[in-house]
Design a protein around this ligand. Structure first.
Ligand code: UDP
Ligand code: MG
Length: 316
């Protein structure tokens, strides 16, 4: 029996790509004889993305749309798409066709063979600037080391079985990091390599600053290691103060104590900056806890179109 495949497509200001992506995916899946639904999640676009999604839903009943009340970020869009999906398995793919759509067929066949998660991993990162590649490498190295999940080549392009989708949807955390959580939940998984294509229309939605924020938020949502740096710095400062204290006392006793004004200033500045940095790290975690306990939804849905699983507008 052929089983339904849901394709979740987060889209933010992609007016130039909706029709192309929808046509490419639907013709590909129809040719391969796979029953499908395409769920476009408009992440609060300010251009005509939603109108284009709406037009697609009128032309093809397998296309559906979810519209956010504002921009909530790609992670939120992915979760909304998964919530509204009704397939036996779901594929998450970027709207810009940088993830090769043909790979969906391979993923689907692997799923039919019994794999519950098929991860798309990047063979090459496509056309990215040196700084971007370097920053991405640093971020994933840190993350892989502290979480024990290798994510240096991970992407959001993956297929999830219904069981895995439900496991992800049952997680209550607001700061969910899809790429890492889909490994964390376990299940029988396999990987499939792909080359990142060049974006044909529009431009990447990530600025350097938004990437830094994204990295900090994901590292802290997955690990408390930065907090341990605070304790480590504390121990380091203690050792240093014992040594310097000993030296100062010795000099006092032997009567060769220097004026030592420079030393005092340096030590003061050093301790001051370490304390500030540590407070910053702790403060960041407190703000994350605050965000979690506020219990605000991950996203707010303004409207939907096409026949979706949750026809009543729901935001979770
Ligand atoms: N995206 C989104 N919300 C955002 C930013 C991006 O839904 O706030 C979507 C975007 O429409 C695209 C995908 O996430 O489908 C990847 O974005 P982009 O191509 O800008 O990222 P890159 O490929 O440069 O990592
Ligand atoms: Mg892209």
């Amino acid at each position: 029996m052929r089983q339904l495949l849901s394709v979740v497509i987060p889209s933010y200001n992609e007016e130039g790509l909706i029709h192309l992506t929808s046509k490419t995916l639907s013709s590909l899946l129809e040719e391969s004889n796979i029953p499908y639904e395409l769920i476009f999640v408009d992440d609060g676009s300010v251009d005509r993305t939603w109108e284009h999604i709406h037009e697609e839903t009128c032309q093809n009943s397998s296309v559906k749309g979810v519209n956010f009340s504002r921009n909530f970020g790609k992670e939120a869009a992915i979760y909304a798409g998964l919530l509204y999906s009704s397939g036996d398995c779901c594929v998450v793919i970027d709207c810009d066709l940088q993830h090769p759509p043909e790979k969906i067929i391979e993923m689907y066949h692997l799923w039919q063979q019994g794999y519950e998660i098929v991860e798309g991993i990047k063979r090459s990162r496509g056309d990215e600037s040196f700084a971007h590649t370097f920053a991405a490498r640093c971020f994933y190295n840190i993350l892989s080391r502290i979480t024990d999940i290798d994510m240096s080549k991970a992407s959001d392009f993956k297929l999830l079985d219904r069981k895995a989708v439900n496991a992800l949807l049952n997680m209550k955390e607001k700061n969910a990091f899809f790429r890492a959580l889909s490994s964390w939940i376990g299940f029988t998984s396999t990987t499939i390599e792909f080359d990142v294509r060049e974006r044909t229309i529009g431009e990447s939605k990530w600025s350097t600053w938004s990437l830094i924020k994204y990295a900090a938020s994901n590292i802290t949502s997955f690990s408390s290691a930065p907090m341990q740096i605070v304790s480590l710095l504390g121990i380091l400062m203690m050792i240093l103060s014992i040594i310097l204290g000993g030296v100062a006392l010795y000099q006092k006793v032997t009567g060769i104590a220097l004026e030592g004004f420079t030393t005092v200033i340096i030590i003061n500045l050093f301790t001051g900056s370490i304390i500030m940095m540590s407070l910053g790290i702790i403060g960041y975690y407190i703000s994350k806890i605050y965000e979690e306990i506020q219990g605000r939804p991950k996203y707010i849905v303004k409207k939907t179109c096409g026949k979706l699983k949750h026809d009543t507008e729901k935001s979770d």
